[in-house]
Design a protein. Structure first.
Length: 54
């Protein structure tokens, strides 16, 4: 969860809505990967994407 431009907390579930080929084509990898835990992943940005979650 990102709140006011800062990472707030982990999200338990989320839904992505859109055309899968368009989603993959518009992904941009961020340069923020920090190796802190056993499973690490960088931020991905998708230009046109609808999300819903809790």
């Amino acid at each position: 969860m990102i709140r006011d431009g800062q990472i707030a907390e982990a999200v338990a579930e989320f839904t992505l809505a859109g055309n899968l080929l368009e989603i993959f084509a518009s992904m941009t990898l961020a340069n923020d990967l920090a190796f802190r835990f056993g499973t690490d992943a960088p931020t991905l940005r998708v230009e046109t994407l609808n999300t819903a979650g809790a």
